[in-house]
Every structure is written in structure tokens, then in C-alpha cells.
Design a protein around this ligand. Structure first.
Ligand SMILES: *[C@@H]1O[C@H](CO)[C@@H](O)[C@H](O)[C@H]1NC(C)=O
Ligand SMILES: *[C@@H]1O[C@H](CO)[C@@H](O)[C@H](O)[C@H]1NC(C)=O
Ligand SMILES: *[C@@H]1O[C@H](CO)[C@@H](O)[C@H](O)[C@H]1NC(C)=O
Ligand SMILES: *[C@@H]1O[C@H](CO)[C@@H](O)[C@H](O)[C@H]1NC(C)=O
Ligand SMILES: *[C@@H]1O[C@H](CO)[C@@H](O)[C@H](O)[C@H]1NC(C)=O
Ligand SMILES: *[C@@H]1O[C@H](CO)[C@@H](O)[C@H](O)[C@H]1NC(C)=O
Ligand SMILES: *[C@@H]1O[C@H](CO)[C@@H](O)[C@H](O)[C@H]1NC(C)=O
Ligand SMILES: *[C@@H]1O[C@H](CO)[C@@H](O)[C@H](O)[C@H]1NC(C)=O
Length: 552
């Protein structure tokens, strides 16, 4: 970490207005062909700088309102309707500030977007890439300009699915008959919609890649372990979020009861939750217990749910611990070198007002995340010798390894055990243009190859940055890497391998080979050397949590 550059860092907390006008700048004026789907006859538009058509805001489920709030989504079926698919979909209701979408939001949000080469016909049988956005399962949406498919659908169909987030997507409270996973079921219904409808756009439903980042990768990594996964996808690409343990509905009760409590609803009254205004839901989420300390993905966080809004083992949709099952389809699994810098440096400016966290803050951080194992962690990685005495560096590195890299490592191991081919990467390149929401160009040097850095490369987004219409253009080398990465993601959909020349070696535990994306694509060792230690910590904390919660 370059501490001397840290004063440059600033995360723009004020909401940047990504107005409709920005998105429509991509749209141009021409209309695209009409496509017949179960949702209706969709009339899209043409991307302004590429030969690609877009179809925005196609309904794939009935509006999840009234009795369908906190309920599985129901398929939308209205094949006779004519849909003007040129207006971006609203994001689902956002539950949080940082990285929340600034476009319109609505509880009526179960739409998906499709991009297809203008030349595609129902006979094209093109590979299909289906995207799940990140945002902690609390925020995010398909109309975010960074997820624009106008640059990555030259050789494939790109689909992006809105799914419910926050309590609307993940609240699980068995007392109220709520088994959670509504966001997961939205994603599954979206994938079924792709199976039923994508051929009309020129896609081949047998060649679907599910790719996602952060919570989108967490969710996708779970979907890829379900028995029905091979019918819905040929492959997965899991960027910075795969391989985390999840809990049962019963184990999530303590944490989600905090939400019910903040709603002022009684335990048995589902109608109270169903009739509440979304502002009430948002206020209740904001009133749930929170900490200003950095939290890692360990069994002690958020009363054992780990990530606050999480898929759960419900015995129906998700029957078993996904990390034990492992993915059932060939997958890419990777992370960035400095995943943790984004959150740690955001806290640095907000919570710590530009000061390094004190030694006592650091002790609190260790205790919060590792409980009785804090000393073991502290002794294995002494602050002075491991992190040069920097509490910020220590928090960043632990966040990077515990929450992202070593979770991915466990998912790689589970796949290897099952005999499912997997490929690993480490994204080590620092983008030369800002690429996402509130990240300012000024802060990029302090952030390094942080969480989300690989997204523009996967989306082949190389100019007009930051999206939608900035003035920064990627270097030639970055453009080349973008073309390669987006092509390899397409290859996964097309063939179930990232490249047909075997340049990218499949991952095995003895060699740990993969690709390091730095200034170019380098084949080499992907470093998971601390992950055996963190794996033990994960197991031991799970065990400790089980022993504690059995007394509750
Ligand atoms: C949609 O409705 C049509 C006509 O009622 C029916 O044939 C078709 O199976 C339905 N499709 C779905 C996905 O429900
Ligand atoms: C679709 O909606 C856009 C934006 O509101 C409008 O400009 C366009 O005329 C509409 N197209 C049709 C065919 O109604
Ligand atoms: C990426 O963009 C380049 C042009 O900049 C284009 O030639 C290439 O086909 C695109 N790749 C994909 C996968 O869309
Ligand atoms: C619950 O009650 C408290 C105390 O009266 C109030 O401050 C809070 O706004 C209420 N929450 C909701 C979601 O209505
Ligand atoms: C839930 O976690 C909070 C914060 O860590 C803690 O204060 C509270 O006691 C926990 N609740 C239970 C029932 O364990
Ligand atoms: C970590 O080690 C330092 C130095 O020995 C010590 O001062 C600190 O209290 C320890 N913290 C924890 C949580 O064990
Ligand atoms: C450790 O910190 C010292 C003093 O700030 C600095 O001179 C040195 O370069 C740092 N070493 C590393 C490896 O970051
Ligand atoms: C590019 O955009 C930034 C941010 O809007 C602005 O500060 C800068 O002056 C622009 N640079 C050029 C060369 O137009």
C-alpha cells in the first residue's frame, strides 16, 4: 500500500446523477428489429457506436408487489403485448448508500436486458452471457452504465437480470413463513426465461455462461451448485465472491429478527411487512445494528449470517451447503490483488477522517471478526513484521484474503474434488480510467487493482469512461486485454473452456496455475499461499459459532 498517496483518495459520496440522458446517448435513434418472446413482442434500439441491438426492461416475472412481496416470483406471460424496450429498467429498491444505483428505482423491477449483434437471427445459435451485478445483495441494478452490453455482445448475446436485494430479496424468518432466497429465485426465473426465449434473439440456450461479480458471484456460485444448474448454464465465471459458506433459515433468525424489530411489526404479522411503505423498509434496514469497523466474511459477523443480505439453506431452493457441494459446471474463479482497498479506503475517509486506525481500533477489528481466534491471527500475522505496522494495510490484506481470495480458493478445491474443470485468475492491473459509480479517477492510484477493477475488461468497455460518457480512453494494451478477456468469457459460454489454444491452464491444487492479468495476460501461479491458514480459521470459527448458537 502506498500510504503516501493516500491523501489523494476520495470516494465521491455525493450521488452522481447518471441521468437517463446519459444512457440514451448509447441508444441512438434507430429502432432495432422486433423479437417475439413469452413476455411480448419487444422492440429495442441500436447501440450508437457498435453494431449491436439492445432490448431494455423486458419483464420476466409478474411485479413482485402486494402478496408477491416476500414471495417467489411468478413467471410473466403476455406474448401478445408489444413492448417498447428502449427505456432503461428501474433498479430494484436499494438498501444502502455506497454504490447504490442513482437511476430510478421501483419495487416493480423484475426486468432483464438483452444485447445481441444486429446481424443475429433465430438461426445464429450464438453463445449467451448472463450477468448478475454485485452490491452486497443490498444494492445494484442492470441499468448501471458500467454494465452496458453494447461493447461485449459482438460475438454473443448478453443478458443482465434485475433481482430483488435487501430484505425484499433475502429476508428469511421462519416464524412468518418466510424462507428467503427471493433474489435467488428471481435469478433462477431469469435463467429459465433465457432458456425459453433466447433463441429468438439469436442465442443458443445450451451455451449459457452465468457470470457475476461480488455478491453477484456469490449468488452465481450458489446457483452453479444446484442440481438444475447444468440445465440452465454450461459454465460460470465467478469474479470476486465465490465460495462463501451460508447459513440455514434457522441460523439466520437472530439477525433477521433485528429487521422485524426495527419495522415495529409483531412476530406473527406478515401483513405488517407486506403493507409497509418501501421507505419504512429502508429506514428499518438503516436502523439495524451496524459497526463502523471493517467486517470480513466470517461466522461471527451479523449474528452469524456473514453478509447481511444472504442466500440461505432453505431446504427447497438451496438444500445443501453450496461450499460442500461445489460447482457443477466448468467455471472461471478469480479475484483482484487489492480487493480490500475499496472498502478500507472508503472507511479511511469517512470513519477515520484520514487517520490510520489506532492500535486499539485494530484490536477491535480482530476481535469482532475472529472472536476467540483473534490472538491466533494476530500471532500468525504480526502487525509489525507482516504489515509494516500499518493497521490499514492489515485490514485491507485480511479483507482481500478472507472474504475474496481464500473463499474462491475453497470453491476451486471443491470443484477439483468433484472433477469439474476450473480456471483461476488474479486481476492485478490498475485501470487507467475510472470505471464505476462513485470511484474518482484521483483515487485510482491509492486503490490499485481493487474490487470491481476487472469489470470494464469483462464488458469490453474501453472508451467514454467513466461510463456513460466520460472522456477517458483505455490504452492500447488495456484495449487488447479487454478484447481478450471478453472473448474468453464468450469462449466459456461457447465451449466451456476459456480459450481453445489452452493458453490458460486449468487450475489444480498442486500447481495453482492460472492467469495473472497485469499489463498483459501472463500465465503463472495464482497465489493462494495463505489460504490453508484462513481455511482452518474459517472451519474453526464455524465450529465455534455452532457451539455458541446452540445455547441460544
Ligand atoms: C404462456 O401462455 C401461453 C398461452 O396461454 C401458454 O401456451 C404458455 O405455455 C405459457 N408460457 C409460460 C412460460 O407460462
Ligand atoms: C419508445 O419509447 C421511446 C422513449 O420514450 C420513444 O421515443 C419512442 O418513440 C417509443 N417507440 C415506440 C415505437 O413507441
Ligand atoms: C470488443 O471490442 C472490440 C472493438 O473495440 C471488438 O472488435 C470486439 O469484437 C469486442 N469483443 C466482444 C466480445 O464483444
Ligand atoms: C419504529 O418505531 C420507532 C420508535 O417509535 C420509530 O422511530 C421508527 O421510525 C419506527 N420504524 C418504522 C420502520 O416504522
Ligand atoms: C447480535 O450481534 C450484536 C452485535 O454483534 C450483539 O450485540 C447481539 O448480542 C447479538 N445478538 C444475539 C442474540 O446473539
Ligand atoms: C496483537 O498483538 C499486539 C502485539 O503483541 C498486542 O498488543 C495486541 O493486543 C494483540 N491483539 C489481539 C486482539 O490479540
Ligand atoms: C515500511 O515503513 C517504512 C516507514 O514508513 C518505510 O520506509 C518502508 O518503505 C515500509 N516498507 C514497506 C515494505 O512498505
Ligand atoms: C475530462 O472530464 C473531466 C471530468 O468531467 C474534466 O475534469 C476534464 O477537464 C476533461 N478533460 C478533457 C481533456 O476534456
Amino acid at each position: 500500500m502506498r500510504l503516501n498517496q493516500m491523501h489523494l483518495f476520495s470516494l465521491r459520496m455525493s450521488l452522481r446523477s447518471i441521468a437517463l440522458g446519459g444512457l440514451l446517448a448509447f441508444a441512438g435513434l434507430a429502432e432495432s428489429k422486433a423479437v417475439k418472446t413469452h413476455s411480448g413482442i419487444v422492440h429495442g434500439g441500436q447501440c450508437s457506436t457498435t453494431d449491436i441491438d439492445y432490448f431494455y426492461s423486458i419483464p420476466y416475472a409478474k411485479p413482485p408487489l402486494g402478496e408477491l412481496r416476500f414471495a417467489p416470483p411468478e413467471p410473466y406471460n403476455n406474448s401478445g403485448r408489444v413492448i417498447n424496450a428502449t427505456t432503461p429498467a428501474p433498479a430494484c429498491i436499494q438498501f444502502g448508500e455506497l454504490f447504490a444505483e442513482t437511476t430510478a428505482t421501483s419495487e416493480d423491477c423484475l426486468f432483464l436486458d438483452v444485447w445481441a449483434p444486429a446481424s443475429a437471427t433465430p438461426k445464429s445459435n450464438l453463445p449467451v452471457k448472463v450477468w448478475l451485478y454485485g452490491g452486497s445483495n443490498a444494492v445494484g441494478g442492470i441499468s448501471d452504465p458500467t454494465y452496458n452490453g453494447c461493447f461485449s455482445a459482438a460475438d454473443s448475446i448478453v443478458v443482465s437480470i434485475n433481482y430483488r436485494v435487501g430484505p425484499l430479496g433475502y429476508l428469511a424468518l421462519s416464524d412468518l413463513g418466510l424462507t428467503g432466497n427471493y433474489g435467488i429465485m428471481d435469478q433462477l426465473l431469469g435463467l429459465r426465461w433465457v432458456q425459453d426465449n433466447i433463441a429468438a434473439f439469436g442465442g443458443d440456450p445450451r451455451k449459457v455462461l452465468l457470470f457475476g461479480q461480488s455478491a453477484g458471484a456469490l449468488d452465481a456460485s450458489i446457483l452453479a451448485t444446484l442440481p438444475e444448474a447444468p440445465q440452465l448454464m454450461r459454465a460460470a465465471a465467478l469474479e470476486s465472491g465465490a465460495g462463501r459458506d451460508i447459513v440455514t433459515v434457522a441460523d439466520a433468525k437472530v439477525w433477521y429478527s433485528e429487521f422485524l424489530y426495527a419495522m415495529n411489526c409483531t412476530k406473527q404479522d406478515l401483513s405488517c411487512l407486506r403493507s409497509a411503505h418501501v421507505d419504512g423498509l429502508r429506514a428499518a434496514v438503516a436502523a439495524m445494528p451496524s459497526t463502523s469497523l471493517i467486517t470480513l466474511n466470517t461466522a461471527l459477523v451479523n449474528n452469524g449470517t456473514r453478509i447481511a443480505w444472504t442466500p440461505v439453506i432453505d431446504g427447497k431452493v438451496i438444500k445443501d451447503q453450496p461450499t460442500t457441494i461445489g460447482v457443477r459446471v466448468p467455471s472461471i474463479l478469480g479475484s483482484t490483488t487489492r480487493e480490500g482497498s475499496l472498502l478500507v479506503l472508503a472507511s479511511y475517509t469517512t470513519t477515520w477522517k484520514g487517520e490510520a486506525p489506532s492500535l486499539s481500533d485494530y484490536d477491535d477489528f480482530l476481535t469482532l471478526n475472529f472472536g476467540p481466534l483473534a490472538t491466533r491471527v494476530n500471532e500468525t500475522f504480526p502487525l509489525a513484521s507482516t504489515f509494516n505496522g500499518s493497521t490499514l494495510t492489515a485490514m485491507e490484506v485480511m479483507l482481500t484474503q478472507v472474504t475474496y481470495q481464500c473463499s474462491s480458493y475453497r470453491a476451486l478445491q471443491a470443484a477439483e474434488k468433484k472433477g469439474i474443470p476450473v480456471w483461476s485468475y488474479r486481476f492485478a492491473h490498475v485501470p487507467s480510467c475510472a470505471w464505476l459509480g462513485p470511484i474518482e479517477a484521483d483515487s485510482i492510484p491509492s486503490l490499485g487493482a481493487t474490487h470491481t477493477s476487472e469489470i470494464p475488461f469483462v464488458f469490453n468497455f474501453t472508451s467514454s469512461m467513466p461510463p456513460p460518457n466520460g472522456n477517458c480512453t483505455f490504452s492500447k494494451a488495456e484495449q487488447t486485454m479487454s478484447h481478450e478477456m471478453s472473448r474468453m468469457w464468450t469462449n466459456m459460454a461457447q465451449m466451456g473452456v476459456p480459450d481453445d489454444t489452452n493458453t490458460w491452464p486449468a487450475w489444480t491444487s498442486d500447481e495453482s496455475k492460472g492467469v495473472v492479468f497485469s499489463d498483459a495476460m501472463d500465465v503463472g501461479v495464482v497465489d493462494y499461499s495463505t489460504c490453508d491458514f484462513w481455511g482452518e480459521i474459517n472451519e474453526d470459527l464455524n465450529e465455534y459459532w455452532r457451539s455458541q448458537s446452540s445455547h441460544v
